[in-house]
Design a protein. Sequence first.
Lengths: 370, 303
Amino acid sequence: MSELLASRRVRWTLTVLLPPLAVAVALAIASGLIVASGHSVPHAFSALFDGAFGNRNNLGNTITKVIPLVILGLGIIIGIRAGLWNLGGDGQITMGGLGAIFVGLYLVESFPNYLAAPLVLIGGFVAGGLWGGIAGVLKAKRGITEVITTLLLNFVAFNVVKLLIERPPLLDTQAGFPQSRAIEANLPILLGGSQAHAGLTLALVLIGVVWLLISRTSFGLELRAVGLSAEAARVAGIRRSRRILQAMVISGGFAGVAGASEVLGLQHHLIADLSPGYGFTAFAVALLAAADPLLLLPSAVFFGALLSGGPLMEQKAGVPVEIVYATQGLTILLVVAAFALRSRLLRGLSIGTIAPPSPMTAISEEVAAG
Amino acid sequence: MNFLETVLGSGLRIATPIGFAALGETFSERAGVVNVQIEGMMLTGAFTGVLGAKYSGSAWVGLLCALLAGAAVAALHAVISIMLGADQIVSGIALNLLALGLTSFLLPVFFGDNTGIVAGLHVVDVPGLHDIPLIGPILFEQASTTYVLYAAIPFAAVVLYRTTWGLRVQACGENPHGADAVGVNVFRIRLEAVLLAGAMAGLGGGVLSLQGLRFFTDNMTQGRGFIALAAVIFGNWSPVRVALAAVFFGSIDALQLRLQATGVPIPGELLLILPYVAALVVLAGFVGRSRLPSQLAQAYRRG
């Protein structure tokens, strides 16, 4: 029993320590690249920090990145728990924005905002959910991997939305560039003198909702069972294909809510570039958080700060902003490598001393370990 | 040239980079390892191909650089997903982000404002053969790399089905424990297959940037790596059919480009999405429940 506890303690310690360690190593490698390209690291990092947190406006800008990253990250976590890699976040956000604009312009234009804004968010959920559902149906009914279909659907969504906002009835003819007409419904500004909007409150509430859904409901338990083992789920009488479809719809729906919140709080119009690569950044956010909703916020703040501080770093220190995307990739690589190494070490520790952990209790650790 | 010749001829040209990448990926997936970073390996190849061609003045040196760079990215994937046993999909996504970030970051470092036009691959008419009606202009008025692809297709089929190594590759994807039991080094075969996939994807990327365009721009692969992944499924993990699937997707792309050029009254966006929609439709409709290698994307652990 004491060996079991010791092993638990080692496991927990590693889970808490590994992601920050991975971030540190990723930043060290990025620093090496900055030096190699002939720029100053202290200069770059201070400009980055300044750009992310230096004043109210910059802090608010960071918050506007954190909002979609958290909401989208929650959708990705739901997918991961069910054993699905939803790589279609960009397309689902864009489709969510389309659903939001449709509801905002045609269904709730005369409603007071306290009714209109929630309905617009629901419109985003439905549109993103339908888009994610396409990949869900293909996976559940035809066995086609969601890894490829969600990626392909991103290109389709982008162009479909571009097509629709470039011409009447959606086109904003006043703007002089392609964007939809503005909707009246909105999410109010939270931090005066900045763009930070009430989408942050929504994101924090949704963290709690998803945590409850995953860890305190039988639906969440069944999702995890499906993600853990198709065979175990079948034996337990869970209808696997239905759960897969539901997980993809909810995952896409969250991305759609993120898109609607971008429209309501930030853009007010729909633009084709509603998601500047949030789908993949949120994937990094979810993995750095070890697919745990409660760790999502700090992870989203880290990646959100990189995104919002990047342009000032380029402007002041001359470091191309693309280093931010390289750092995202490095961080994911190091996190998965570290967790894989950890589970190898732990297997080494536990051979012959403890029985294999029950799948249901081990899922939260093992999901992260891959 | 008539419409059909134009579409199929440029379809083959567009399909060549995808075809190289998809052929390599066939081996890796047969061995049980999926490379979602095929997009990133192609992008890396496109970048290093232009880099090599610029500094050497030779497109062939550029292609060699592209091939090696693709294999280098694949080596990272192998360490993380085969040696450490981490999730292959996650490693692939991370490498895509890394490749996209690094190529865009390094572009101004190596080239300044833009790469400029570098030494490229030119169309070579095959004497005699290109005079054959219909198929001559389609098949035999291509860049030399497309002829290399013609040779690579049957070669890949022979290697996969008729050599010991090919049979071992298949065993590692279907029953790695069984393969291990009869003395096959599963880790090594998977490593070799992944390196092959990386080299071929890098080569494909080099062909993409050096054939026709002869320069590099940010994210110039534009999802071609994902189309290659779809081609492997559509081609049912068989080299000849995978190559034909790549030609199919290339021809769809050529068709939409041709339609855009002729000014049909269809919005450009609807034409642009044709290759992606075609990939989704064939995966959904024409492929039966796909018969993928049973251990695809499963990490192998001994014991």
